[in-house]
Structures are given as structure tokens and as C-alpha cells.
Design a protein around this ligand. Structure first.
Ligand code: ADP
Length: 504
């Protein structure tokens, strides 16, 4: 680090104007501060976790798990076929009938608390693996993903002995076996979102992580074994779409919980139509972040940056559409560009890194494709000047102005660090524009006026809306979408209900 620059805030002073701004490398730089990975132990090969044991897949097939920041192989992961899925579902059914479905809630709670505590004990290891496998900055996996995953288990452990009080005057029963399929953007956190409420409600589980990020789910399997859960209560099977489809189509599944793309969500909905399977789907998003002229602009700019560049934009609730009130648009865009210049893109394990690696080559190609579309549609593109590593899958933070409601980069989910900016004049206009999209997962409002917050949030068709903040999660609050962003809620009491049947 060069003399005189000691902390991040100083960067703002240096880059108060985009004109003449330099890349980080030219003006000053941080000394590397990589998190150690010496304490991390990864097996060369991971098998399927079925009935409390790691077993080899009946296909004999394994696929590579790659570190997206280095393109190096981390491990080989078993590919489960329909036979393995059947074994896992049977194990879950036996555990449900034999033990878990009959166990008193207060006993179930002990196991769930134990999982939470072991996760906390192994937090550092889990954070490093999450960053190596998924590409997200260590600051995020360490401070957000892992603590929130443990918090989910703590929270739902508290529900396990209170299920009888979940719906006053009615009896709540567990469903049976839950099939759960999760994506690659928050691997361990999504596993916790799925497994914790299912177990608390008395169900058993077969979980399939995403094919590019299986490692922390497999570490969770180790934790589950360490916590001494009865065999078969949680089964973790790895593989790609075909494995997920086999789980969805298995006749002995009572509930499907899915987080992923809207396209796959629709396939799942069709596949289970006409069956008795319950389902919750948490799908794509294209959130509107709205800045009014009376907002605290610097705070809003920081929130917009966090909303879209957090986790490389690999967030279904990313604030990928920005609406700025016309009178402050010039200032906001200038400040956004200034701030973008200070972002550090690079090694996910470095504590200074703001933006890590794009999760996979395919995802990087998808982002590049959308950038071309944006430019061809007449959008004005601005990219930060920051250096990016020559190896690995990285992309610079990017914003587009001069786009309209009909631009594809405004209406389609990119799942990358790409922000599309439009302006508006009135509250009515921005509500109309923000809602004019097939998605409705989340949104943000920035204003000094509480009344405006209530007016706008009550009319935005989105499941989660933040006011004067963004991307805040809490196990007690429900999360989920309107329209093509999904069906059902996760988190809080709302997130427990899809794992129960209610008898009046
Ligand atoms: P993304 O675009 O975020 O990768 P996907 O919807 O493709 O999201 O993937 C989310 C999860 O769904 C992954 O675990 C993936 O393997 C799984 N999956 C993909 N296709 C199917 C399918 N047809 N049926 C069930 N699961 C699937």
C-alpha cells in the first residue's frame, strides 16, 4: 500500500471525479491479504451421502469441481442417477417412518442446535471452501453466508418444540420426505434455508446442491454425521439437472423445495402437476432499486453498489435495475462511476476483494452475451478501469445508461455485475415502470420520507422490499416472489408452513 492511503474511505477522496480517474493499480494498491487455506482439507473424491454414509454412485461417474478463480480442479464429485436418488429417498422414508417423524420436537431441536453449533465451530473452514468453490469474496462468505447459515439452524431449532403453537387452534403435522434442489449463488446458505425448516417440522430430506458448488453441502454432510443425526434424516446427493429431475419425479417425495432459474422452476411445476406433491419455488428476479431526489445520496449510492455488485451480481434479488429521479440522475451516476473505480476485482480469498470470480465459464459467457446485446440495443456502457486477473472467470463492474423498458438488459435476468439505469419524474411513473416486468422478487427504495416508503412499497409487486438499505437477510423474515419469481415463502413462520399439513 502506498504511503498516505490507509483505509478504504480515502479512496473516495482520490476518485471524486471519473474524469481523469485512474485504475487502482496506477495510483495505489493494497498489499495482498489472502486468507489462509492451510486448515482446509478437501478429499480428492466425494461420494453421495445416503443413510448416514458416504457411498459411491451406482453409475461409477464423477465430475470435476473447479475453482472459478484459478480454473484448477478442487475435487471430484459423484454423479447420482435415478437409482441413487431412489436409494436416498428410501433412506429418507425409512428415517421418517422409523425415527424422525415420531421424535418429540424438543429432541429434534437438540440435533438442529448441534448442527448450528458445529457450523459455527467450523465457520472459517466453511467460508474458505465456499470462496474457493463458488468464487465469492471471503469477506462475504465469512461475514454473510456462513453466519446466516448457522443462524437459520438456530432459528428453526427454536421452532421444533413449538410446532403445536404454529397455528393456534389447529394441529400441525409433518409431511414426510422433502426433495430439495438449490443453486450455486449461496451454496451453504441455501442448503440451510432448505434443511433447517424441514427438520424442525419433522420431515426428512434429500438435498441436491448445484453441480458447480457441491463442496460445502458435502461438508455439511460431515457436520450432520458429527451431530449424530439418525441415518437417513438428511441425505445429500450430487449431480446436475438430470439428478434434480429424478428427485422431482420420484413418486415417494411429499414436497419439492426449489431455488433456481425461472425456466427450471417451470419445468418442475409441470413435472409435478397432477401429483400430491407440495412445492415452493424461489426463482429469478430483476429487482428495481429506486432513488428519490430526497434520498441521502451517498448512502444510496453505497446501497446500489452493494445491491448489484455484491456476490458478483449472482443474487436473485440483486438490484439490477436502477431508477433515479431525474433531478439527481447526473449526480448519482457520477458518484456511482466514482465508486465503481474503487472496487477491487480479484482473488476471492483476499480480504480486500470486493468482487470475486464469476461462478463458471458458462455464466461468464452469458454475462458477455448480455453486454453485447446491451451495446447493440444502443445502451451506453461504462466499465470500471480496474485490473482483472488474466486467469479465472472475472468480469468488471458495468453499468448501462440510455436504456429503456424494452431493452433486454432491463427486462431479463443476467445474474452478473451489470446495472441498467433509467430515470423517472413521478412516483406513479416509477411504480409503473418497476412493476412492468414478469419478475417480482425484491426491490429497494431510497428516500428521506417515511410516507413515500409506505406508498411505494405497498404498490411494488415484489416479495421483499428494502428501504434505505439493501440485501439484508434475517431468518425470522419471509422471503419469496410474486409472478415468475416464484411460489411460497422461506424464512420465519411462513417458511415453516410449507413443511406442515394443518388439521383443523
Ligand atoms: P441457475 O441458472 O441458477 O444455474 P438452474 O435452475 O439451472 O439455475 O439450477 C438450479 C438447480 O436446479 C441446480 O441444482 C441444477 O442442477 C438443478 N436443475 C437443473 N435442471 C433441472 C431439472 N430439469 N429438474 C430439476 N433440477 C434441475
Amino acid at each position: 500500500m502506498k504511503k498516505g492511503v490507509t483505509k478504504k474511505d480515502d479512496r473516495k477522496i482520490k476518485f471524486d471525479s471519473v474524469k481523469g480517474s485512474k485504475s487502482l493499480g496506477e495510483s495505489w494498491e493494497y498489499a495482498p491479504a489472502p486468507e489462509s487455506k492451510d486448515h482446509v482439507r478437501l478429499e480428492k473424491k466425494y461420494d453421495l451421502f445416503i443413510d448416514g454414509k458416504f457411498v459411491s454412485p451406482s453409475s461409477g461417474k464423477y465430475f470435476d469441481s473447479i475453482n472459478p478463480a484459478t480454473e484448477g480442479k478442487l475435487s471430484e464429485i459423484a454423479e447420482a442417477n435415478a437409482k441413487d436418488v431412489d436409494k436416498a429417498v428410501q433412506a429418507a422414508r425409512n428415517a421418517y417412518n422409523g425415527v424422525w417423524g415420531k421424535m418429540a420436537g424438543k429432541e429434534r431441536a437438540k440435533y438442529i442446535y448441534r448442527i448450528a453449533r458445529i457450523m459455527q465451530e467450523r465457520a472459517r473452514e466453511l467460508a474458505v471452501i465456499e470462496s474457493m468453490d463458488g468464487g465469492k469474496p471471503i469477506r462475504e462468505s465469512r461475514d454473510i453466508d456462513i453466519p446466516l447459515a448457522a443462524a437459520r439452524f438456530f432459528y428453526y431449532a427454536g421452532w421444533a418444540d413449538k410446532i403445536d403453537y404454529a397455528v393456534p387452534g389447529a394441529k400441525a403435522n409433518s409431511l414426510g420426505v422433502a426433495g430439495q434442489i438449490i443453486p450455486w449463488n449461496f451454496p451453504l446458505l441455501m442448503a440451510a434455508w432448505k434443511i433447517a425448516p424441514a427438520l424442525a417440522a419433522g420431515n426428512t430430506v434429500v438435498l441436491k446442491p448445484a453441480e458447480t458448488t457441491s463442496l460445502t453441502a458435502l461438508k455439511l454432510a460431515e457436520i450432520i454425521r458429527e451431530a449424530d443425526l439418525p441415518p437417513g434424516v438428511v441425505n445429500i446427493i450430487t449431480g446436475a439437472g438430470a439428478t434434480g429431475a429424478a428427485l422431482v419425479n420420484h413418486p415417494d417425495i411429499n414436497k419439492i423445495a426449489f431455488t433456481g432459474s425461472t425456466d427450471v422452476g417451470k419445468i418442475i411445476q409441470k413435472a409435478i402437476a397432477g401429483t400430491k406433491k407440495k412445492y415452493t419455488l424461489e426463482l429469478g428476479g430483476k429487482a428495481a432499486n429506486i432513488i428519490f431526489e430526497d434520498a441521502a445520496i451517498d448512502q444510496a449510492v453505497e446501497g446500489i453498489i452493494n445491491g448489484i455488485f455484491f456476490n458478483q451480481g449472482h443474487v436473485c434479488c440483486a438490484g439490477s435495475r436502477l431508477f433515479v429521479q431525474e433531478s439527481v440522475a447526473k449526480t448519482v451516476i457520477r458518484k456511482l462511476k466514482d465508486r465503481m473505480e474503487t472496487l477491487i476485482v480479484g482473488d476471492p480469498l483476499d480480504k480486500n476483494t470486493d468482487i470475486g470470480a464469476i461462478n463458471s465459464k458458462d455464466q461468464l459467457e452469458k454475462i458477455k452475451k448480455y453486454i453485447k446485446i446491451g451495446v447493440n440495443e444502443g445502451g451506453e456502457m461504462y466499465q470500471a478501469n480496474c485490473p482483472i486477473p488474466s486467469k479465472g472467470f472475472f468480469y468488471r463492474p458495468t453499468l448501462f445508461t440510455n436504456v429503456s423498458q424494452s431493452s433486454r438488459i432491463v427486462s431479463e435476468e443476467i445474474f452478473g455485475p451489470v446495472l441498467a439505469i433509467q430515470t423517472f419524474r413521478t412516483v406513479e411513473e416509477v411504480i409503473e415502470k418497476a412493476n412492468n416486468i414478469p419478475y417480482g422478487l425484491s426491490g429497494g427504495v431510497w428516500t428521506d420520507k417515511g410516507s413515500k416508503i409506505f406508498k411505494v412499497t405497498s404498490q411494488l409487486r415484489a416479495g421483499v422490499i428494502w428501504a434505505n438499505t439493501y440485501n439484508k437477510f434475517d431468518p425470522t423474515s419471509p422471503f419469496g416472489g410474486y409472478k415468475e419469481s416464484g411460489v411460497g415463502r422461506e424464512g420465519g413462520l411462513h417458511g415453516l408452513m410449507p413443511y406442515l399439513t394443518i388439521q383443523n
